[in-house]
Design a protein around this ligand. Structure first.
Ligand code: MOS
Length: 769
């Protein structure tokens, strides 16, 4: 059982109040727990049909022959779509500042518009039938002949062919400050370790599903996505129809974690199939199909070499990495980026390379880059502490930077010292005997470890409308994404506080392109992004209401400037003068107004995507002035079976700085979820790839081991709840920081328990024995 940690009394009162900061229950909790919530594959349409994918069984090459006769002859089969008969797609557009939607293609591969095969498992046909069972059966009857082409799929074998990685706007591929190799060679004390992490795959509870319905050139798509606005635009571009005729509905989403940020084969092919058969199509991926068509985390090899003075002060940090993308697309994952931010040091070299392989492109997965980058860096820092005979927290604090270590920028906010101080107290760190193997409990070797968590803070623009009714109810509309993150609840609280009404008076409409365009739901930036424009819209509403009041000679608010009043108790009241004010019902009633509405955002609804690009650009420029991130301190205790090597995580404390905590229950869930996912990364999860074919060999929950409840200890999560002065409402994202540092904390605890430094994930018993 985990416990919910209440946030402490909020500082910085101006941005906080009774509602923001309260552990409000989820507004969608009842629907989700009673089964009333409808997910993308649950929308009923009277003439709905089902689609099933046929995967390629070669690694790379061309289709030379495709025999659909037997499949087509099965009663109930409506169509067998292949590259020979499928409707044509428009190519993926190059992203521009005005249309980023091309950037959400998981890969530019033209499914069923090409005879080319780019990875084992790429869909080469789609069977559409009256029932799912019929479609599945017929899909197995499709016979495909191929001409194979040479392919490279073995990450280890291709490391020598790695090419420089250009990086991205947030994270350059190479950073060099001072002369790190020389400083390393000259260092009094040093460590030099090589690390390996495997590929990991997405395993959201709800497999990716699409229900697609055409009506002429108008399209409705029910799809769990992190990117409603870009998905809509992307589908419009690829199917050559106007974007304002494309409707994306994504109300309930069973987990995302980055796996729903981009557009993958299932979505395109459901829409294509619906176009071809002229009926609504449902395409629900099996767990195996998620592995074969939705990208996961890159594998990595990393080197972290640290040089230090005898007092523990770092003189050199070298962090290099090789990652993998697909030859047909894939993301740069900023694995070494964390080493640019964590420790004060005069000589830092962070450099990434990548290899391109003939496999499904990799994709964002919770803290892409930082989650595996912190494993290497924070393991190496721990090993340095052992060499120095210093406490691992002490080594970190002696190197805690006052400004950005590479760029010299001020931190808008950094509470790593406080996180360690509080974590050490809550965890009981002082009771640790630092000698490896010194703590035993029967046959269990007990060890404890720490690691620093880090994830950058970003934001982008949203479009929000707020309508206040005379009766005191509030309607907020913004097409943001609720995939278990608690987004709908958080924004309900923010609106309730900004307008001084009870949470129950606020309705938030979200999760569809029917609403004004939301920000993307990724990069831990959604809460702050929506909050910025929601607060601005609420401010506009308050000013309108005050204007209405000011026109009446009878109003106690006559003559008040906006700064003289505050929203509370369902109305506007003079600051510091209880009782002097009026309810919204009184003000709107006297003015004969049924409602007051305000809209905030950039450009038109469809131009929202361009507006987002501009505001994201502003946020990036903001990062040029400030170092801004969520940080934290992870503490764990492991027990290692001295006979079998089995590792159990027995205790966990995480203390995080995520700026303002809008809702401690939601934040606690996000952070715990990140820690649990990190536990899987450290101890069980691993995508096994056949080095001859690139085929994923364990595409099921039976063989890909995610943590179950029995693997998860009580997780003590604490949040510092200190607003970031440069972020809307002081909010810094909570979605990703929780997973960072987790694998390192576990490896460091295993080192303490056993004396063994494990540098390869996952830490399975065969690696420990
Ligand atoms: Mo995230 S990996 O930006 O959903």
């Amino acid at each position: 059982m985990t416990t919910v940690t209440e946030a402490p009394a909020p500082p910085g009162g101006a941005t906080k109040g009774r509602v923001v900061g309260a552990p409000v229950d989820r507004v969608d909790g009842r629907e989700k727990t009673t089964g009333a919530a409808r997910y993308s594959a649950e929308y009923p349409y009277p003439d709905l049909v089902h689609a099933v994918l046929v995967p390629a069984t070669i690694t790379r090459g061309r289709i030379t022959r495709i025999d659909t006769t037997r499949a087509s002859a099965v009663p109930g089969v409506l169509a067998v779509l292949t590259h020979l008969n499928a409707p044509r797609l428009k190519p993926v557009r190059r992203p521009t500042p005005f249309d980023l939607s091309g950037a959400v293609a998981g890969t530019p591969v033209d499914y069923l518009n090409t005879d080319e095969v780019h990875w084992d498992g790429q869909p080469v046909a789609v069977v559409v039938a009256e029932s799912l069972e019929t479609a599945r059966h017929a899909a197995r009857l499709v016979r495909v002949g191929y001409e194979e082409a040479p392919a490279a799929v073995d990450f280890t074998a291709e490391l020598d062919h790695a090419e420089p990685d250009k990086g991205n706007p947030v994270q350059p591929g190479r950073t060099a400050k001072g002369d790190a190799p020389a400083a390393l060679a000259a260092a009094a004390v040093s460590v030099d370790l090589s690390f390996r992490t495997p590929p990991y795959n997405h395993n959201a509870l709800e497999p990716h599903s699409t229900t697609a319905v055409w009506d002429g050139d108008r399209l409705t798509v029910h799809e769990g996505t992190q990117n409603i606005g870009w998905l809509r635009r992307h589908l419009a571009n690829r199917f050559g129809v106007p974007a304002d005729g494309v409707r994306v509905v994504s109300t309930y989403v069973g987990g995302a974690f980055g796996g729903r940020f981009r557009v993958w084969a299932g979505t395109i092919l459901a829409v294509l199939a619906a176009r071809a058969v002229g009926r609504p199509v449902r395409l629900m991926l099996s767990r195996e199909e998620v592995y074969r068509t939705v990208g996961g985390r890159t594998p990595s090899v990393q080197r972290v070499a640290l040089g230090a003075r005898p007092d523990g002060r770092l003189t050199a940090i070298v962090h290099t990495a090789v990652t993998r993308t697909g030859r047909s697309g894939g993301d740069n994952e900023p694995v070494t980026g964390v080493s640019r931010h964590q420790y004060a040091c005069d000589n830092i070299l962070a450099e990434q390379k990548r290899v391109r392989l003939d496999v499904l492109p990799n994709a964002t997965m919770r803290a892409p880059g930082e989650s595996i980058g912190t494993f290497a860096l924070e393991s190496a820092v721990d090993e340095l502490a052992v060499r120095l005979d210093l406490d691992p927290i002490e080594v970190r604090l002696r190197n805690e930077p006052d400004v950005g270590p590479v760029d010299g920028k001020k931190f808008s906010h950094r509470r790593v010292r406080e996180a360690y101080a509080l974590g050490a107290e809550r965890f009981g760190w002082a009771e640790r005997d630092p000698r490896p193997g010194s703590m035993r409990d029967g046959r269990w070797l007990v060890g404890t470890g720490v690691a620093t968590a880090y994830h950058p803070a970003l934001m982008m623009g949203a479009q929000v409308t707020v309508r206040l009714s005379a009766g005191g109810s509030v309607l907020v509309r913004c097409g943001f994404h609720e995939f278990g993150n608690g987004a709908a609840t958080a924004q309900t609280q923010i609106a309730a506080q900004a307008l001084g009404v009870p949470v129950e008076a606020v309705t938030v409409e979200y999760g569809s392109s029917d609403q004004p365009t939301g920000p993307m739901g990724g990069g831990s930036m959604q809460t702050a992004s929506v909050a910025a424009d929601l607060l601005a819209a609420c401010e506009k509403v308050r000013r309108s209401v005050l204007g209405l009041a000011g026109r009446s000679p009878d109003s106690p608010l006559r003559g008040c400037a906006p700064g003289d009043v505050e929203a509370r108790d369902g109305g506007l009241f003079r600051v510091g003068r209880p009782g002097e004010g009026e309810t919204y019902a009184e003000i709107l009633g006297r003015a004969g107004r049924g409602e007051v509405e305000a809209a905030v955002g950039t450009g038109s609804r469809l131009a929202g995507v361009a507006g987002q690009a501009r505001s994201f650009g502003r946020a990036l420029r903001g990062l040029r002035s400030f170092g801004r991130a969520a940080t934290g301190a992870q503490f764990c205790e492991v027990r290692v079976d001295s006979d079998t090597g089995e590792v159990r995580v027995s205790r966990w404390t995480g203390v995080f700085d995520i700026g303002t905590v809008v809702n401690p229950k939601l934040a606690g869930s996000q952070l715990r979820g990140g820690i649990v996912m990190g536990l899987g990364m450290a101890l069980g999860e691993e995508t096994l790839v056949d080095p001859r074919t690139g085929r994923i060999m364990n595409p099921s929950l039976a063989e890909y081991h995610i943590p179950v409840h029995a693997d998860v200890p009580r997780i003590d999560v604490h949040v510092l709840d200190d607003p970031d002065p440069t972020m809307p409402l002081g909010v810094v994202g909570a979605g990703e920081v929780g997973i960072t540092g987790v694998a390192a904390a576990i490896a460091n605890a295993v080192r303490h328990a056993t004396g063994r430094r494990l540098t390869e994930l996952p830490i399975t018993l065969d690696r420990l024995l």
